[in-house]
Design a protein around this ligand. Structure first.
Ligand SMILES: [Zn+2]
Length: 99
């Protein structure tokens, strides 16, 4: 979906409708080197014997997903006071801001 660069929405600080600039919120970066699951797996697969749940072929997170789209948050910045707020746009495959 193509989004317009600016939209006129309510600003809770200015208490009126003001033109806001639209930007797509970036995905947060990964924390730490190994995730909890990765640490669990390395603990489970050391030594001898059956590895229980780790003996199976791992199923990727993407394979477990049933939805093909994701909810997209956008960042709205007020042009008068500079206050930023977030808003969800619902499910869509791709977002693009018009130039
Ligand atoms: Zn404002």
């Amino acid at each position: 979906m193509k989004l317009s660069k600016e939209i006129r929405v309510y600003c809770s600080t200015c208490k009126k409708h003001i033109v806001h600039t639209v930007s797509v919120v970036s995905v947060s970066r990964k924390r730490g080197k190994l995730s909890k699951g990765e640490r669990q797996k390395s603990r489970g697969t050391r030594g001898h014997g059956g590895h229980g749940k780790f003996s199976k072929v791992p199923v990727s997170k993407m394979a477990r997903r049933s939805k093909t789209t994701r909810k997209i948050p956008i960042k709205l910045t007020c042009k008068e006071c500079g206050k930023a707020s977030q808003r969800s746009l619902g499910r869509m495959k791709k977002t693009e801001i018009k130039r």
